[in-house]
Design a protein around this ligand. Structure first.
Ligand code: 16G
Ligand code: ZN
Length: 549
């Protein structure tokens, strides 16, 4: 009962704003930062309970609104594995975030603690690690989260500072695996595994190419700052970082991966002077990455050639497959299952390409947690959303097979064999890539080392396949929940009859494809269309949008 008193007392500090209605959504709670203190405080309580429920494993809380405008903020929870909060707890998150009074909040918590059989005060201290991006509202919101965590008996909050979202997830994962888990350990891990892959680049004709400079758009956010910190410990990589936020630019305003990918225009600070250069753009919390370049036929009307998540996925898949082929051909090889996961937004040309590589391609619903789950079913699962969020997952059993194999080959004196190199590359990739969530920093390093490995320019990489022209539109509707889709979001089940109408539109276009889905982050219905020409894709998207209105 002392417990209840302390919760009631602290919750009175954070009254819920009138009329606020939030949902945990695809990626946590998001909204105007000024309205979020009560939400963040309550998620603090939830994460302490989550830690207690899981035997006091460390839980992470990230305060960020990713690519949204600087006045917004948000909060999401990292489970002990470094992945997203278990979906089973999302309804509870919704309930407590929307509880109208301290009394209601406390009784919801009481009920939940009983139902989940959470033993408060019996375990060793529960720990919640709190990180935030560079948003100015982050500091006071972090304090609110701390008060939430600390008001649950037996739990402590640890402020781990300004971080990218993937850093927080990585640190939580490492901590719970009993590994070194500081930010410095994160950087060391990246630079060591990058170096290892660089050392394994074959010395033959095709890659005696000069390492050209990579231009990075830091979205005026935390990613640009962190990649600058990393730069000093990297050799074989020449980086020029723009939009670090120090030169007066505003977070996500005219910059960043979301902007470049959605608008298909250059970020601020980039222009004709950069023709042909390899460029990368991070989003506001550095969990997304896209590449781009200014084509040489740009005149005063500067164009952009975008290499999105699908293209990054294709490059990764190509490289991983090449390494696995060496092993599968070897006498002691193992048939390994390499799979890729995309969403309905994946460009049709990328899916064709991946299938033609002979890969298992599966589809998941939009949102990282859905892709992640499916990728985890393979020995090596690569997932990417077209928007640039993605990573590579290695199953525990496959990874331990690899590590054993690596040792065997070394003791047998086959240290320099092709097989041994392929095994070492795969092990290095498993260390470099952030297996907790998509990470623009590890993504950049892996893209860069693969390009060096195969001796490709960004233009050459772009030629893997040619994107089908596509168009996205958002339609404001009174109630987006009226649209219900199949599990892969490729077909609408409701409103009744709408899918038939969409299908008959699609029939009018060569290589036409279109779908609608309710957004998980905004009050809109999204329309996606692709077809063999841009005009056709635009026109298909418009007619489907008319059907939604
Ligand atoms: C969130 C998701 C992102 C997804 C996007 C879709 C995470 C970490 N982020 O940003 O993966 O692509 O939502 O937004 O899961 P929408 O539902 O509004 O189209
Ligand atoms: Zn993000």
């Amino acid at each position: 009962e002392i417990q209840i008193a302390s919760l009631l007392k602290s919750s009175e500090l954070f009254p819920i704003p009138q009329g606020l209605k939030l949902s945990y959504g695809t990626a946590g709670f998001r909204g105007d930062a000024k309205l979020l203190e009560s939400t963040v405080y309550r998620v603090g309580i939830l994460s302490a309970l989550r830690s207690l429920k899981l035997g006091s494993s460390t839980i992470g809380l990230m305060i960020t609104a990713s690519h949204n405008k600087v006045s917004d903020n948000g909060i999401k929870v990292s489970d002990p594995s470094g992945g997203m909060l278990s979906q089973e707890w999302e309804p509870f998150a919704d309930q407590i975030a929307n509880a109208a009074s301290p009394q209601e909040l406390v009784s919801l918590i009481r009920e939940f603690v009983e139902k989940e059989e959470i033993k408060i005060g019996e375990y060793k201290a529960a720990e919640v690690w709190l990180g935030r991006d560079s948003r100015p509202s982050g500091e006071s919101l972090l304090r609110a989260a701390e008060i939430g965590v600390d008001s649950v008996l037996g739990s402590v909050s640890v402020d781990i500072g300004v971080l990218t979202t993937p850093q927080l997830h990585w640190m939580v994962r490492a901590k719970n695996k009993g590994l070194k888990a500081t930010e410095n350990n994160y950087f060391e891990n990246l630079s060591t595994s990058f170096r290892c892959l660089v050392d394994l680049i074959p010395i033959n004709g095709n890659n005696k190419f000069e390492i050209s400079k990579l231009l990075v758009d830091g979205a005026n956010g935390v990613g640009g700052q962190k990649i600058e910190m990393l730069r000093g410990s990297l050799s074989n990589l020449d980086l020029e970082i723009r939009n670090t936020g120090r030169d007066g630019g505003v977070l996500n305003e005219g910059v960043g991966a979301d902007f470049v990918q959605k608008e298909k225009v250059l970020p601020l600070g980039f222009g004709l002077k950069d023709v042909g250069m390899r460029c990368a753009s991070l989003d506001g919390d550095a969990d997304r990455l896209v590449y781009f370049y200014v084509p040489s036929d740009s005149t005063s009307d500067v164009k952009v050639e975008l290499l999105d998540g699908d293209k990054i996925l294709s490059l990764f898949a190509l490289f991983m497959k090449e390494q696995l082929n060496v092993l599968d051909d070897g006498k002691e090889g193992k048939q390994s299952r390499l799979g890729v996961v995309q969403t309905a937004y994946a460009n049709g040309a990328s899916t064709d390409y991946l299938k033609q590589l002979g890969l298992d391609v599966v589809f998941a619903k939009t949102g990282v947690k859905h892709l992640h789950e499916k990728a985890a079913e393979f020995d090596i699962g690569i997932y990417f959303e077209a928007n640039g969020h993605g990573t590579i997952l290695f199953s525990e059993s496959f990874l331990s097979w690899l590590v054993t194999k690596q040792k065997d080959l070394t003791t047998k004196g086959q240290g320099g064999s092709e097989e041994q190199k392929a095994v070492s590359r795969l092990v290095a990739v498993s260390n470099l890539i952030n297996q907790a969530v998509g990470d623009a920093l590890s993504g950049v390093l892996l893209v860069e080392v693969i390009l060096q490995h195969i001796g490709w320019s960004i233009q050459k990489w772009n030629e893997l396949y040619k994107d089908l022209p596509s168009r996205q539109i958002k339609v404001e509707v009174p109630d987006r929940t009226a649209v219900v889709t199949t599990s892969q979001e490729t077909e609408a089940l409701r409103p009744l009859g709408i899918q038939d109408a969409i299908n008959s539109e699609i029939k009018n276009y060569s290589r036409g494809r279109a779908f609608i889905r309710p957004s998980g982050t905004e009050d809109v219905v999204r329309v996606y269309a692709e077809a063999s020409t841009q005009e056709a894709a635009d026109s298909l998207a418009n007619s489907v949008a008319e059907l939604v209105k």
